[in-house]
Design a protein around this ligand. Sequence first.
Ligand code: ATP
Length: 240
Amino acid sequence: MPNKILLDIKDLDVYYGGIHALHRINMVVEQGEIVSIIGANGAGKSTLLNTIAGDKDKKNGAIIFEGAPAPTRAHQSVERGIVLVPEGRRIFVNLTVKENLRAGAFLEKRNGIVNDLYTEVFDLFPRLKERQNQMGGTLSGGEQQMLAVGRAMMARPKLMMLDEPSLGLAPIVIDEMFEKIQQINRDLGTTILLVEQNAFIALEVAHRGYVLSVGHIAMQGNARDLMEDPTVQTTYLGIK
Ligand code: ATP
């Protein structure tokens, strides 16, 4: 039996003033999947995630989430279960780790549930537990990325979107981060949509992938098949 479609994007066009950033994007994310979008600098990857998260007004086409139009305001998206871990993490540097996490659960007033959420995050990221009273700004890049992901987990998303989670991290930290992303998908059942310039790791962890090229979907398919595709290998994986 086919899986339930969580996110269905139909003929999406997005503009920045006169700049046509995304062209007729059609994309599907099924419940329980990890889907990776790869593409070069400026391909439109961030624009796509930001648009799904409700950040963009200048668009045509449809973004359907759980069978109904996705909200066009970011806070309503969080209520519906769509959460974005933005590029560059954007954690609160002058708040503690725990306060940053609390901010992720801003819709939740029940302390018991918030405590359960802290436990879930701290079980996955013991480092954050150790540093829970430290200011966000004092964390390493890898720890800040963990915090950004932990903050997203606090909203109990149905769809977690990650924008370049590998950015600026050392290779060993990147591997660890992607293992955690897989764990969130496997153990919590969270559907993941991520964009990456690091195509190798993005396709390695994904079930399916899309290649975005200057605002168009150039290719799509099973992540393993994409990894073996000669064009993907030369253009995105650096294999000659
Ligand atoms: P990167 O990896 O560098 O973030 P990307 O694939 O995420 O690249 P986007 O940031 O989505 O690409 O940019 C897509 C296109 O839209 C680019 O041509 C970019 O110059 C343009 N663009 C992005 N943001 C704006 C903006 N605020 N105003 C005008 N043009 C923009």
